[in-house]
Design a protein around this ligand. Structure first.
Ligand code: C2E
Ligand code: CA
Ligand code: CA
Length: 589
């Protein structure tokens, strides 16, 4: 019944089998105009194009639906016309071939009459995602129309408000801070940063991202009401300025965390994000920039402590910052003075216990502090980009250490920061050329966070690495998003199951089931799984029972320096006996 427009949409999808987005278009159906969406159903395993399945939505734009649009936009004279007569405020509706079928037209609203707040709950109740999106496009079109025909008053409103969320913008928030600093009454500044918002934008698109921002802005404004000022500082960062003491600020922040976390219902699905909040008190801050800085320091602290939390500014936080700066200087000197070393921890075949390869782990022997664990200094090195130099050092040492160890592969950890470096691939290539390690013997271990934050860039960089023959492993799988989609999209060579599962495998049936599921998943995708952190015979046995191919952990071997590694690999048996904690050693026994 749809005919050519449907064929056109379908052809568009088939032309690009890698595209996972749906395509949307309009067509004339039974005398009216209908919205059609065709989307591929993403298969879990590789499926030939001819056997792929698609979902098709057809929704005729009936008068009832127009009524919804009218209520939603407050545009009571919104009409769908089959022919254009003025075209001024209309949105043309064309089929996929570009033939104009009709247009939606309305009279632009006067300022202040948009019942956007009132409209959102209705939107949430709607069941047609696509219609919601069309309406949103209309709303945006209307906003720009407004901007063009704005009166002075409106221009000033726009200058002080964020056009998407209608909250105070950065400028007017700063002005509000300026004003409260002159008052004797104490105020609290809350900086609210959304976690995982980039993920929403990247996976669901900017239109949905915008809807989420608008809804969150609405919730914040509704909760704060007249008690304070709510602003959007840009991107996914919001701010609240409110009178009261620190306890009041903290209380509000805690309720806002919950408000943000309630799923945002957009038609056909619910989207969840969380927030991290930094709070700073006006007393003692003195200037606008100092108060903003303090709230920012608190926010930064909350984020590094793991997000989804509230941190209140305290002068100690500045001292922590100073400590981090000092550590950065220390790392710099340490690099100059040769304080860094690379340790190697083998990973083993599950069934034979034989060494299958080694992972390079950075070690820092600080002249006064002794051994500083990577968990302490890697984050500082990332913050200061020193991790690029450290990474190059690790790769060079690793390549030299394993080059002559009979074809053994070596894995190096890549920080997300290193992956941002435009010239990473060239640098890796140069070190491989310089040391003579074939690219096929190198593996890089990356974490999911990077794939999720920068999916397009990740695909490009990982593609270039793989083209050179370098293998890519996903480290700490299960500690973060553990997304099936990413496993497929990035064609990984290896999955390393996070230590936490192995650690509880002997006591927690759920950990065992998850391990099983991940190994099974690896098998379906043809990606071998490594279990990390195997410390006891019982754990090794349970891991082996899942069919997991590779194991790594103190039971088998501890991280060791290059010469020890050479002995361990060349003379497996004796080295095994020397290795601590191995106990009954014979892993196969
Ligand atoms: P990771 O990549 O998950 O490395 C495994 C960590 O687990 C290592 O800690 C290793 O010593 C430890 N481990 C191995 N077997 C066992 C076991 O049986 N039980 C327990 N409890 N732990 C075990 P390490 O060396 O302290 O490294 C910690 C993290 O620091 C690494 O986690 C990695 O994320 C990061 N890191 C280490 N070296 C580098 C590096 O050269 N570059 C980057 N970017 N990060 C590194
Ligand atoms: Ca690793
Ligand atoms: Ca790991």
């Amino acid at each position: 019944r749809i005919g050519a427009p449907f064929e056109a949409l379908f052809a568009r999808l088939r032309a690009d089998p890698d595209n996972v987005d749906s395509t949307v278009g309009f067509a004339v159906v039974e005398g009216g105009i209908a919205l059609i969406a065709v989307g591929p159903i993403t298969p879990i395993v590789e499926t030939p194009i001819a056997r792929r399945r698609y979902a098709v939505f057809v929704r005729e734009i009936t008068d009832e639906i127009l009524d919804d649009y009218r209520a939603l936009t407050g545009q009571h004279d919104l009409q769908l016309r089959l022919a254009s007569d003025d075209g001024q405020h209309g949105v043309p509706i064309a089929d996929p071939a570009g033939v104009v079928l009709g247009e939606l037209s309305w009279t632009p609203l006067t300022p202040g009459t948009i019942a956007w707040r009132a409209a959102l709950p209705k939107m949430a109740a709607s069941t047609a995602l696509l219609l919601g999106l069309v309406v949103f496009a209309l709303y945006r079109a209307q906003l720009s129309q407004h901007a063009l025909t704005a009166s002075e008053a409106r221009a000033s409103h726009l200058a002080h408000h964020d056009s998407l969320t209608r909250l105070a913008n950065r400028r007017s928030l700063q002005a509000a801070i300026e004003r409260i600093l002159a008052l004797p009454r104490r105020h609290q500044l809350l900086l609210i940063d959304l976690d995982g918002f980039k993920d929403v934008n990247d996976t669901l698109g900017h239109v949905v991202g915008d809807l989420v921002l608008v809804e969150i802005a609405r919730r914040l404004a509704a909760r704060v009401g007249d008690r304070g000022t709510v602003g959007r500082l840009g991107g996914d960062e919001f701010a609240v300025l409110l009178g009261g003491d620190t306890a009041a600020g903290e209380r509000l922040a805690a309720t806002l965390l919950e408000l943000v976390e309630a799923p945002v219902e957009i038609p056909l699905q619910a989207v969840s994000v969380s927030a991290t909040i930094g709070v700073a008190a006006s007393d003692g801050a003195g200037t606008v920039s100092e108060l903003l800085r303090r709230a920012d320091v608190a926010l930064y602290e909350a984020k590094s402590a793991g997000k989804r939390r509230v941190t209140v500014y305290h002068p100690d936080l500045d001292r922590d910052r100073a400590a981090r700066r000092a550590m950065a200087d220390d790392i710099r000197h340490g690099l100059e003075r040769g304080e860094f070393r690379v340790a190697f921890q083998p990973f083993h075949h599950s069934t034979t216990g034989r060494v299958a390869g080694v992972e390079a782990l950075l070690r820092w022997d600080h002249p006064t502090k002794g051994a500083v664990p990577p968990a302490l200094f890697v984050p500082v090195a990332e913050e200061t980009r020193l991790v690029n130099q450290l990474g190059a050092f690790v790769l060079r040492e690793a390549a030299l250490a394993v080059r002559d160890l009979g074809g053994l592969p070596v894995a190096v950890n890549l920080s997300p920061i290193q992956l941002l470096d435009e010239r990473l691939v060239e640098r890796i290539q140069a070190i491989l050329a310089e040391t003579g390690l074939p690219a096929t013997r190198l593996e890089v271990e990356i974490t999911e966070g990077y794939l999720i934050q920068q999916p397009d860039r990740a695909a490009e960089v990982l593609g270039r690495l793989r083209a050179l023959g370098i293998k890519v492993s996903l480290d700490d799988f299960g500690s973060g998003f553990a997304s099936l989609g990413y496993l497929r999209r990035f064609r990984l060579d290896k999955i390393k199951l996070d230590q936490s599962f192995v650690q509880s495998i002997a006591v927690d049936p759920q950990a065992r089931r998850i391990t099983n599921a991940v190994v099974e998943l690896g098998r379906a995708l043809d990606i071998p799984v490594t279990a990390e952190g195997v410390e006891t015979e019982a754990q090794a046995r349970l891991v082996r029972a899942t069919g997991c191919e590779l194991q790594q952990g103190f039971l088998y071997s501890r991280p060791m320096l290059a010469d020890e590694l050479a002995a361990f690999v060349r003379d497996g048996a004796t080295a095994k006996r020397r290795a601590p904690r191995l106990g009954a050693a014979a892993v196969d026994a």
